[in-house]
Ligand binder design. Structure first.
Ligand SMILES: *[C@@H]1O[C@H](CO)[C@@H](O)[C@H](O)[C@H]1NC(C)=O
Ligand SMILES: *[C@@H]1O[C@H](CO)[C@@H](O)[C@H](O)[C@H]1NC(C)=O
Ligand SMILES: *[C@@H]1O[C@H](CO)[C@@H](O)[C@H](O)[C@H]1NC(C)=O
Length: 459
């Protein structure tokens, strides 16, 4: 999950939440703020006056304020202390922040929200920096499971222990009776133990599926690592997470986000190339719509759906509009063009140094990606496509250019998720073509680790 790691300010999530109520889904914040400044004092009574704060308004004509008044979760006005005396004299409750900073709620533009919430109660291998640490955490998790139950988790990063990819034999001895599946931090590969491979029927004779790799020893025996679409040989064997677990995951993830001042997330869904698109729709109806109808949403969400299902989203939006409720916004559609750097499956012009014949993978056929993008854009849906490698980014920039010229000018805000490695000529194209480079800042640290480990040949 890509939540909160970059939060610079620690601030009151509550105040951030209150501010963001006003700011979402409006895109033009300064207009919005001018609107609230114009409310003046026509409204007599407030619920709360926040005083002695350092309030950032996002409005360049009036960037900072000291106090603000709130009613029914909305900001009535902001200004200096003196202009709130009337309210305070009338007995409105005062919250003195003693100079603390207040900013509008952060919006995290790329999360896998329920997946993240589920990971929070699984084997959490983030930051583990040795084989021993890895094995120990799996051992602890198995001790709490009944025989036969799946042990799930993830977040591991082999770069933290020198680069060796984990193999089933690391954990087979301690997990003879429990199938294990542990995904890498980027979600593009995972480690199965031998029992899980057996349950999934993955043997020496299993062929690599299109868009994926079963890692093998030189003798041809699966090591336990499955990359990209090869994960689908195993993942369907894992019992579905229950509705109950997914609803709990929403609450857990929401609370974590709010603690970090994140009050809105763009959820790109529980979805990887080749996986069933139905999960995302089930999450929408069984988790988000359910929580919304029970008044249990804690955070605003903007939802993206698998691009294959664009017409279903179009139908929904044509009936209900984008604004499903004050908590749920129907965003657009998401697809993938390549894999990830850590799994050597991001698509580059040059091969990986440690695998001279590997240039990465195209995980969606480009013709069908083009057709779906064309159709989605015609339906006026926002399109977001995952691209990591320089070649993958160029392919999507070309494709977006061609779709935009066919469908004509409009404010479509095509997104490229990650935009991670760009050919020099690609950089200025984002600006020229008005494409959003949806970059995840915390990957910069992670990529620098990879790059120092000879992974990137073009550097
Ligand atoms: C608040 O006070 C500061 C400093 O006295 C002043 O510069 C600013 O214009 C005031 N803002 C408002 C909205 O009155
Ligand atoms: C799979 O390959 C390995 C290594 O070549 C070999 O030792 C093993 O017996 C093979 N297993 C089967 C079921 O053929
Ligand atoms: C894309 O659309 C064209 C024209 O409608 C069609 O001929 C072609 O078969 C489609 N390709 C794929 C892969 O869907």
């Amino acid at each position: 999950m890509e939540l909160g790691k970059n939060a610079i300010f620690f601030l009151s999530a509550l105040l951030a939440a209150i501010l963001s109520i006003f700011l979402f889904p409006a895109l033009n914040t300064s207009t919005t703020i001018n609107k609230w400044l114009n409310l003046k004092s026509s409204i007599k009574i407030a619920d709360l006056v926040v005083t002695n704060a350092f309030i950032y308004t996002s409005d360049s004509s009036f960037p900072f304020a000291e106090s603000m008044a709130i009613r029914d979760g909305r900001i009535l006005r902001v200004g200096n202390h003196s202009s709130f005396q009337d309210l305070l004299r009338n007995g409105v409750k005062e919250l003195n922040l003693n100079g603390k900073v207040v900013v509008p709620g952060f919006i995290d533009s790329h999360v896998h929200f329920l997946w993240g919430g589920l990971q929070m109660v699984r084997v959490q291998l983030q930051g583990v920096n040795s084989k021993e640490g890895f094995v120990k955490m799996v051992k602890e998790a198995v001790a709490e499971k009944n025989q036969g139950c799946w042990v799930l988790g993830g977040g591991w990063n082999n770069e933290l222990w020198g680069g060796d990819l984990p193999i089933a034999s690391w954990i087979d001895e301690i997990t003879p009776n429990n199938p294990v599946w542990l995904s890498r931090m980027d979600g593009h590969m995972g480690l199965a133990n031998s029992l899980a491979l057996k349950i999934a029927g993955i043997t020496n004779y299993t062929k690599d599926p299109t868009g994926g790799t079963v890692m093998r020893t030189s003798g041809g025996e699966p090591t336990g690592l499955l990359i990209d679409s090869a994960m689908n040989l195993l993942v369907p064997q894992i019992p579905e997470v229950s509705v109950h677990e997914r609803r709990d995951a929403l609450v857990r993830a929401s609370k974590l986000a709010l603690r970090r001042g994140v009050t809105t997330v763009v959820d790109l869904g529980r979805y990887l190339p080749g996986a069933t698109t139905e999960d995302v729709w089930a999450d929408f109806s069984e988790v988000y719509q359910w929580a919304d109808s029970k008044a249990e949403m804690l955070i605003r969400v903007c939802l993206f759906f698998p691009m294959e299902t664009w017409s279903r989203l179009q139908d929904l939006i044509s009936k209900a509009g984008h604004i499903w409720s004050q908590w749920i916004y129907l965003g657009g559609v998401k697809a993938f063009v390549d894999g990830s750097l850590g799994s050597n499956s991001a698509l580059f012009y040059e091969p990986y140094l440690d695998e001279p014949h590997n240039y990465g993978l195209l995980v969606t056929e480009i013709d069908s990606l083009y057709n779906m993008t064309m159709a989605s854009d015609k339906a006026r849906l926002q399109v977001a496509i995952h691209a990591i490698g320089d070649k993958a980014n160029d392919m999507i920039l070309d494709m977006y250019n061609s779709v935009a010229s066919s469908n004509g000018n409009r404010d479509r805000r095509f997104r490229i998720e990650h935009s991670q490695h760009l050919a020099p000529s690609a950089v200025s194209r984002f600006g020229r073509q008005k494409i959003i480079a949806s970059v995840q800042v915390h990957y910069i640290h992670y990529i620098s680790l990879l790059a120092s480990n000879i992974y990137i040949c073009s550097l």
